[in-house]
Design a protein around this ligand. Sequence first.
Ligand code: SAM
Ligand code: 2KA
Ligand code: SF4
Ligand code: MG
Length: 235
Amino acid sequence: MKVPVMEIFGPTIQGEGMVIGQKTMFVRTGGCDYSCSWCDSRFTWDGSTRSNLMQVADIVSELERIGGERFSHVTISGGNPALHKGIDELIEICHQKGWKVAIETQGSIWQEWMKKIDDVTVSPKPPSSKMETNYDKLDHYMEQLEDRNVSLKVVVFNDADFDYAELIHKRYPFVPFYLQIGNEEVSSTDDASLVSSLLKRYEWLIEKATQSVIMNDAKVLPQLHTLIWGNKRGV
Ligand SMILES: C[S@@+](CC[C@H](N)C(=O)[O-])C[C@H]1O[C@@H](n2cnc3c(N)ncnc32)[C@H](O)[C@@H]1O
Ligand SMILES: Nc1nc2[nH]cc(C(=O)O)c2c(=O)[nH]1
Ligand code: SF4
Ligand SMILES: [Mg+2]
């Protein structure tokens, strides 16, 4: 089957969430059913960049061509990778090769192949994104992925987002929960000023989490790759 691909890159480190620091390759698919106001990957859905409709076998060849034998973990992100049926075959081949597979999705579209993923990150969107959470769909996700290696990650830009994050964590109390700082300057090329404002926001979010009883078992993270490479694409 074919999958629309925006970019394949790595090895790099996973900069976010449940396996932060993990050495991994990335496959970024095209298209999204959301359009978050602050999306740092707009080029996957805003029409500015064309995707490459690739056979799964060719995606795997490309991973091996650029990664050689220097990886054993593949992260599928987007856009929303859950739009694409062909991911099922990609997971199968990755597993045959002995690679683990992670996914980043917002939890709006269910696919049965989601159950085969080794690390699932579901990232529902807070009010600042201007997107509306469909709780029926999110409940279905969490029910289906019960007993699997799943986590929730909410990006926080302001107090209303933090309240939303508390609501999500309370709704699914047994799912490992991650708070992530929001990057407000996704087109900045001034790395020094970007990093300094991101670190200030990180301190702010840590302070919010330490004051919240609901967040007693939450993990508070920055986007590590942004601290290292700024807004550079393909890292
Ligand atoms: C680009 S999205 C792709 C996967 C999927 N569409 C999703 O949103 O989960 C990957 C991750 O980046 C996060 N993200 C996007 N823009 C961001 C920003 N400006 N600051 C911080 N995190 C951001 C998303 O919330 C998501 O967790
Ligand atoms: N290093 C690195 N880590 C990431 N974690 C999530 C990413 C994404 O865009 O989905 C991402 C990314 O683009 N790069
Ligand atoms: S759901 Fe993810 S890829 Fe889609 S617009 Fe939001 S952050 Fe961007
Ligand atoms: Mg990203």
